[in-house]
Design a binder for this molecule. Structure first.
Ligand code: DOR
Length: 442
């Protein structure tokens, strides 16, 4: 009897070489053991559960490398249980979470507490960044396990803001692990906030935290990364200016990501959804959308993250600038990107590379991001034949809204599998499933 044996039958399987195979995948315990056109029932363990995946496409589970899940301390917006349900529904089987929770994730003790919290309530796999302050260098060097150090160079209040050159220098100069930066220049933002004081139109947000603020911080981060030959990741690249900079000057040890909202939404969204469109870095122009897309297609941008950053509708209803920045994303990201693929803007294989394979490679996450024997059975079966709209009532995120409500999408997850266990199946959740802590070979 094999409690954790699964056989997926007749799926369109995305292979590591980017081609598709119509066939079967055998899973034992947490791992993929066989991928073949037709696996004979006589070779699988008795008691194996079979899933008929006819008409569905099998992809490696999404690894979302930038989310804010608010737990502990801000659970009125989201918590690790509700967020991981949203992940399961969205085909996201692993996530890397940011340190701006309460208390801030700036020490090994707080990191350990967060890992224990996730072990008790998280339906998918998890990893947590260690947050840089101007004072916690020893923790940044030794924290474990963590995908890397998160630096807010701007657009953050309190201890997590590291906007002084000397403090940045010492973080880049010490240790070797990955540094992920939120690159917006705080001085420029401060000045422009004063200049635009008194405005309550949320569209002004994109002018205050403008392209130049992002470009200046990205330039500084790349300069420091070159000076110290330090592994750098640029979070949520948002401007044409930064994409062009990287196109001409991107060291081999630098990676960059983009969010679906910076590809698919622009400043016109303020007219329709107001402060729900407010995030950091802000939405930009249609020209920025186009240049970011091209940079992604050309490999200048390496992968995709959602920056899932939920706030309640009541919080968002405050007039700008009191409305908080951020929007949810884990539930809609895969369907948004697969819809783009089906409509011809890119391929399904590219989407899977950007949302899983390339993330696993960049962060050194072993055995994830591919469908092949020996890899972890973190998988998603998607339906590329049916269109369904984003509906508020169906959302699992605690904040209960999406900037993409009403968008008609294809490529929704039909079945999501975490560590060989079905966690989501056509609208139903197995809430007994627990993810595991990710490890990072860097
Ligand atoms: O819009 C944002 N919201 N950007 C960030 O970097 C932080 C996030 C949040 O935590 O709300």
């Amino acid at each position: 009897m094999a409690a954790n044996s699964l056989l997926l039958r007749r799926a369109e399987i995305l292979l590591p070489n980017g081609e598709f195979l119509r066939g079967d995948v055998q899973i034992r315990d947490r791992s993929i053991v066989q991928v073949a056109p037709d696996i004979s029932a006589s070779t699988v363990d008795s008691g194996t559960r079979e899933i008929d995946a006819d008409g569905l496409t099998l992809l490696p589970g999404v690894i979302d490398p930038q989310v804010h899940f608010r737990d502990p301390g801000l659970e009125h917006k989201e918590d690790l249980y509700t967020a991981s349900r949203a992940c399961a529904r969205g085909g996201v089987t692993s996530f890397l979470e940011m340190p701006n929770t309460k208390p801030l994730t700036t020490t090994q003790t707080v990191l350990n507490d967060k890992l224990a919290l996730a072990a008790s309530k998280c339906l998918v796999n998890y990893g947590f960044f260690i947050g840089a302050t101007a004072e916690n260098l020893p923790d940044l060097v030794t924290a474990n396990p963590t995908p890397g150090i998160k630096i807010f160079m701007g657009s953050m209040h309190g201890a997590l803001l590291v906007d002084q050159k000397a403090a940045l220098e010492s973080i880049f100069a010490n240790g070797s692990r990955l540094i992920a930066v939120h690159a917006e220049d705080q001085d420029r933002i401060r000045q422009r906030r004063e200049q635009f004081a008194g405005h309550s139109d949320p569209a002004i947000h994109s002018q205050i935290q403008d392209n130049q603020a992002a470009l200046e911080a990205t330039q500084l981060a790349i300069g420091l990364s070159k000076k110290y030959h330090r592994r750098l990741h640029i979070l949520h690249l948002s401007t044409a200016d930064e994409a062009e900079l990287l196109r001409h000057d991107k060291p081999a040890w630098v990676t960059a990501e983009v969010t679906p909202q910076h590809l698919l939404l622009n400043t016109s969204a303020y007219e329709t959804i107001g402060t729900l469109a407010q995030m950091n870095p802000p939405l930009r122009s249609p020209h920025d959308n186009d240049v970011l897309w091209q940079a992604l297609l050309d490999g200048v941008i390496d992968f995709i993250a959602t920056d899932h950053a939920p706030h309640t509708l009541a919080e968002k209803a405050q007039p700008y600038p009191n409305s908080p920045s951020g929007m949810p994303g884990v539930e809609t990201s895969l369907a948004l990107m697969l819809t783009q693929a089906v409509q011809g803007r890119c391929t399904v294989a590219q989407v899977s590379r950007w949302m899983s394979t390339a993330v696993a490679q960049a962060y050194g996450i072993p055995n994830k991001g591919a469908i092949a024997p020996g890899y972890d059975a973190d998988l998603v079966l998607v339906d590329l034949n049916t269109y369904r709209p984003v509906v508020r009532e169906e959302l699992q995120t605690k904040c209960g809204w999406s900037p993409f409500e009403g968008w008609n999408l294809t490529g929704w997850a039909a079945v999501t599998i975490v560590g060989g266990q079905v966690v989501y199946d056509h609208g139903k959740f197995n809430t007994e499933v627990r993810g595991q802590a990710l490890t990072f070979n860097q």
